[in-house]
Write a protein that binds this ligand. Structure first.
Ligand SMILES: Cc1cc2nc3c(=O)[nH]c(=O)nc-3n(C[C@H](O)[C@H](O)[C@H](O)COP(=O)(O)OP(=O)(O)OC[C@H]3O[C@@H](n4cnc5c(N)ncnc54)[C@H](O)[C@@H]3O)c2cc1C
Length: 422
């Protein structure tokens, strides 16, 4: 079979399917495999899968298992709520991991090489088509290839997605700046050495966590771009970065000079879609479900997709024959499509509302803070639906959490609050 795209989604799917005995050829557009050098949070629903692949020990050695996830108010720096990640690990059976993207990508790349995945670079896929009993891909240089099934893991701007839906990425008008630096550069900045910290503020947030066994420190600064709202083309530029965090707490101010200023990431998602499969072509990862990153589940969902597909393939495979792999592809792809789109829809829509909650100003900010401060840190009703075992069937998909209305928080307007109480 063929996988298009050598990001974390494509590589992990290629590995999962090879482990089930399939021959996989993976094509990547770039001339080298690689990932940007920033951090990734990997929740227990994914470390469970890394463990299944025999990769968790390597990931743990290269990453960090933080002790806490702490949410703070970006304006006054005060703690709002936290998760005890050691207790979380006991509950879900697997740890919450933070890891350098290129380390996780490298883990999958090496595992694919060991497993015998055929890895091809400089292969820009420009067309996908179904053929009798399979599918064909065509590359920009005129080459083509054919297989029983093609998995399109070609990211946010997926070419294959156009076979299923004529949609466009949705701009959130938010932009992310990243920066991963040696830990020594932040030691004096009142940072936590063993926590994921998220400062939530009016139209902005700031994330910090350690990487590489605590040798490095990752920061992400996200804000709404006034230029994007004004319809300008060149939005999210560095001149907007510092202004966006004016009035925020000293810990954020200390972190901002360390952000990379030569590149930034505009935040897009797409409307969720229920159909990911057409004939023998299936979408996977961001190609199928690019989220806003507020749930830290984009790469996690991509890895889950490959695991679910491979589990179904394993269950629906008979003896390999001269004619092919012996997989009942119609049934395997239908089983994949029966369970993954609904789960990912829930994550994508929750990510949108989670982002809105983080970015409130005025009285809504005070209501949010009151609700978060009142939360029992050991209440897992907001994580059970996502951090538990990945569902293989629609029946296994857990119930979604029940949202608490902001208005249920009784608050008194703060003196001198920077909010505008809209
Ligand atoms: C600021 C930020 C923070 C994030 N934090 C987290 C987090 O903490 N945890 C988490 O789980 N997720 C996080 N995410 C989301 C996560 O990065 C993505 O969801 C994930 O990387 C998607 O992987 P993918 O392999 O599906 O797509 P991509 O990483 O986009 O990979 C697609 C690959 O396909 C190749 N390709 C594209 N088109 C073609 C073509 N036509 N032919 C051949 N090859 C092609 C590309 O070169 C690329 O290698 C974050 C995202 C952002 C922006």
């Amino acid at each position: 079979m063929i996988v298009i795209g050598g990001g974390i989604g494509g590589l992990s799917a290629a590995l999962a399917l090879t482990r089930k005995g399939l021959k996989v050829r993976l094509y990547e557009r770039a001339s080298e495999f690689g990932e940007v050098g920033a951090g990734l949070q990997i929740a227990p629903n994914c470390t469970r899968i890394l463990n299944d692949y025999g990769l968790l020990d390597e990931a743990t050695t290269l990453g960090v298992l933080p002790e806490r996830m702490i949410m703070k108010d970006a304006v006054d720096g005060g703690e709002l709520t936290h998760l005890d990640l050691k207790d979380l690990e006991r509950r879900y059976g697997f740890p919450y991991l933070v890891i350098h993207r290129s380390d996780l990508h490298g883990i999958f790349l090496r595992a694919c090489e060991r497993a015998g995945v055929e890895l091809v670079t400089d292969a820009h896929c420009v067309a996908y088509e179904n053929t009798p009993g399979g599918a064909r891909v065509t590359f920009a240089d005129g080459r083509s290839d054919r297989a029983e099934v093609v998995i399109a893991a070609d990211g946010l701007h997926s070419v294959a997605r156009r076979l299923l839906v004529h949609d466009e990425p949705v701009s959130s008008a938010y932009v992310a700046y990243r920066g991963a630096v040696p830990f020594d550069q932040v030691r004096a900045n009142d940072v936590h050495e063993s926590a994921v910290v998220v400062y939530v503020g009016p139209r902005c947030h700031f994330v910090q966590y350690p990487l590489r066994g605590g040798q490095m420190f990752n920061q992400v600064a996200v804000f709404e771009s006034p230029k994007a709202l004004a319809g300008k083309e060149d939005w999210g530029t560095p001149d907007e970065l510092d202004r966006a965090f004016d009035g925020m707490c000293p810990q954020i101010k200390a972190g901002l000079p360390l952000m990379w200023r030569d590149r930034w990431w505009r935040m897009y998602d797409r409307e969720p879609i229920a159909n990911w499969v057409t004939g023998r072509i299936a979408l996977l990862g961001d190609a199928a479900h690019p989220p806003l990153q507020y749930m830290a589940q984009g790469a996690v969902m991509a890895i889950e997709d490959g695991w679910v597909l491979a589990e179904r393939v394993g269950a629906l495979r008979t003896e390999r024959s001269e004619e092919g792999s012996g997989v009942d592809w119609e049934a395997a792809l239908a089983a994949y499509e029966a369970v993954r789109p609904e789960h990912c829809r829930r994550v994508m829509t929750t990510a949108r509302s989670w982002g809105a909650l983080w970015h409130h100003d005025g009285v809504k900010r005070l209501q949010r803070n009151a609700l978060l401060r009142a939360r029992d840190p050991h209440d897992y009703s907001f994580t059970d639906w996502v951090y538990g075992p990945t569902a293989l069937t629609p029946e296994q998909e857990p119930e979604l959490y029940r949202a608490i209305p902001l208005e249920s928080a009784a608050v008194v307007a703060e003196q001198n609050s920077p909010g505008d109480f809209r």
